[in-house]
Write a protein that binds this ligand. Structure first.
Ligand SMILES: C[S@@+](CC[C@H](N)C(=O)[O-])C[C@H]1O[C@@H](n2cnc3c(N)ncnc32)[C@H](O)[C@@H]1O
Length: 627
């Protein structure tokens, strides 16, 4: 941005664009700078435009939309927070030497002293006032009697003020002994205003242009703040200051704030030091003149009785918007707040209410007025919503009948009480409550889920414990079984060894038996008690052509051999009956088909003792004809 752009007179951006920008800021963030001096505003905004490399107010508005953090930078630039302790020392010396003693003299010993530092920035001015009064009154009396209200529009500045901690450099304007007496060094090397005195300084957000003033003030310091406002706003704020001050209160302004020389609400006590006293209102006519001069637009009749003016003035300075409609439905009066709220021009006073937008917006008034006039009791329409200047506001609208001395209704008074803050607070409380409830429900359900999960976990744990125990016992059983198996195995191995040994022995015996049977000269067959073949030697095979494995287990008398076995059955049974040995000679046919004479002899086979276990049959071959 060029130097030219910083000069509002030659800036390429038009003033209309600046108005649009201010409206935009107001709609977006609720900060209304439209009453500030255009030249100052233009320079401050230009500074931000330079920093953000934007060339026009419109571009800058777009930049604000897309970079919301820039609002903070803009407000910090517009709301210049420059301040120091005892800024402009000669003025403070005068205040301490002349004004504070007068103030204390005017008050009786116990009366509270109320001080207002309006536009206090980061609090140095408020603490300077505290030091001045504390020096004059002593700590105890100061704590008991003094309240200093420190207000500003800038939240960040107020936060610094509330903390009351300053760097050594910021205290450079303070005499050494004052710093010693009123500040304590804190660990980070900075200095905190003494906490027992700090409690008498109350910080709060307050818009000098929009908000109603603090009342019953004895000393009002509004230094280097009014100078940022346009003439209309300055006049309005001065009206508020006049209302705020006690009759013998003092107003303390900044060095360059000269406007008061033209105001009839205050007279200089010491102009050079910018200390002013309130002019008591002797004539209401003058007061109304003052209002008109301040642009408050009340048309003054030429001769007004004093009490009428008094009522008029009371109505005029009321902090809520009020209008009066006469019996014929004509708007008779509208106070300053109402004129501002409904943009009423002086010419609107005296017009029929029905011709004004006010009659139906924000609420339909004529029907309410009719109800009030016929029923003679007030009607309140609560929380009427109104989109005003791009923002939503809520009003409690009260309509009351105005009754004359003769008891007749002479009109209706309507007040519009702005309850936006209350409504927003309530909404936000409700919203918080809802969020809290939701959070609570979620918490509860989470807690329940947790409980269920916990129970499930517990039962799973129990199951696991049981399973574990089962596994352990199974394991133990397996271990036992294993050991048993091992011992059985060992036993089996022993038995196996024994069996092996027996088998070997049996094999040996068998071999021995076979060799005996084989060594015999004749065919030998051993039968059991059922006459089944138990042993069959080689000679028997030779003789009858059947091998041992073919006949073993077979009934001897059923064998298909060349021996007529039916002739020896009796002999065999005789043997089995232990009737002794037998022998018989028979004709037979050997395996080669040759007819032979066969001598068959049998003897009983004894088991343990005299038991006959079977029969031993011996067959001896003779050639046919051989004896
Ligand atoms: C330059 S400082 C003055 C500080 C102190 N009074 C002094 O003289 O050292 C101006 C202060 O006025 C505040 N200010 C600007 N507009 C205001 C408004 N409408 N209502 C209240 N304070 C406002 C600014 O935020 C800033 O902190």
């Amino acid at each position: 941005m060029t130097d030219e752009a910083l000069d509002l007179g030659s800036t390429p951006a038009s003033v209309d664009d600046l108005d649009a920008l201010l409206e935009f800021v107001k709609a977006e963030r609720g900060f209304d700078f439209t009453d500030y001096k255009r030249a100052t505003l233009g320079r401050r905004v230009a500074k931000r435009m330079q920093a953000t490399a934007t060339d026009s107010y419109i571009d800058y508005a777009e930049y604000l939309s897309s970079h919301p953090d820039e609002f903070i930078e803009l407000f910090n630039t517009i709301l210049i927070n420059v301040t120091t302790f005892f800024r402009d020392p000669p003025a403070w010396e005068y205040l301490g030497a002349e004004i504070v003693p007068r103030l204390l003299e005017q008050r009786n010993d116990a009366a509270p002293i109320r001080v207002w530092s309006a536009g206090c920035a980061t609090g140095e001015e408020a603490y300077s006032l505290a030091i001045l009064l504390c020096e004059a009154m002593g700590d105890e009396e100061f704590r008991d009697r003094v309240k200093i209200y420190a207000t500003d529009l800038d939240d960040d500045a107020l936060t610094v003020g509330r903390q009351a901690v300053y760097a050594r450099k910021q205290l450079s304007e303070l005499a050494g002994e004052l710093r010693e007496r009123y500040f304590e060094e804190v660990p980070d090397g900075r200095f905190a205003f003494r906490s027992n005195l700090r409690r008498s300084v109350i910080f709060g957000k307050h818009d000098l242009i929009q908000d109603p003033p603090i009342s019953r003030i004895d000393l009002l310091a509004a230094r280097n703040t009014l100078m940022y406002f346009g003439a209309d706003a300055q006049a309005r704020v001065l009206g508020h200051f006049h209302f705020a001050l006690n009759p013998d209160g003092f107003l303390f302004l900044g060095r360059s704030e000269m406007l008061l020389t033209r105001s009839r609400l205050f007279v200089p006590v010491e102009l050079k030091r910018r200390v002013f006293a309130k002019v008591p209102i002797t004539s209401i006519r003058e007061r109304l003149h003052e209002m008109v001069q301040a642009g408050e637009g009340v048309p003054l009749p030429q001769r007004i009785p004093e009490d009428t003016l008094l009522r008029h003035a009371t109505l005029e300075s009321a902090p809520v918007a009020q209008i009066v409609v006469d019996r014929s439905g004509v708007l008779a009066l509208a106070n300053a707040q109402a004129r501002k709220l409904f943009s009423l021009a002086p010419a609107d006073i005296g017009r029929p209410l029905q011709d004004l937008e006010l009659s139906y917006r924000p609420v339909e008034l004529r029907s309410q007025i009719e109800v009030v006039q016929s029923q003679h009791h007030p009607v309140i329409v609560r929380e009427v919503e109104w989109a005003f200047g791009g923002e939503l506001r809520w009003f409690d609208v009260q309509v009351s009948a105005l009754v004359g001395t003769d008891g007749m209704t002479i009109g209706a008074g309507i007040t519009f009480n702005d309850v936006t803050r209350f409504r927003m607070l309530r909404d936000s409380v409700e919203h918080s409550k809802e969020s809290l409830e939701t959070a609570y429900e979620e918490l509860q359900s989470t807690a329940e889920e947790l409980e269920t999960t916990n129970e499930e976990l517990q039962s799973t744990n129990e199951e696991l414990e049981t399973t574990n125990e089962e596994i352990q016992s199974t394991n133990e059983e397996l271990e036992t079984m294993n050991e048993e198996l091992q011992s059985t195995n060992e036993e089996l191995e022993t038995m196996n060894d024994e069996l092996h040994q027996r088998t070997d022995e049996l094999n040996q015996i068998n071999a021995f038996l076979e060799s005996i049977l084989g060594s015999l000269r004749h065919a030998v067959v051993v039968l059991d008690r059922e006459l089944r073949v138990q042993a069959w030697n080689e000679h028997a095979t030779d003789m009858w052509g059947l091998r041992a494995e073919e006949v073993e287990g077979e009934h001897f008398l059923n064998l298909d051999i060349g021996l007529p076995v039916e002739h020896i059955a009796v002999m065999l049974r005789g043997c089995l009956a232990n009737q002794g040995n037998g022998s018989i000679e028979l004709d037979a046919t050997n395996r080669r088909g040759r007819a032979i004479r066969c001598v068959v002899s049998c003897s009983p086979l004894y088991g343990a003792g005299e038991d006959v276990r079977g029969v031993i049959v011996q067959m001896e071959e003779h050639e046919a004809g051989e004896k």
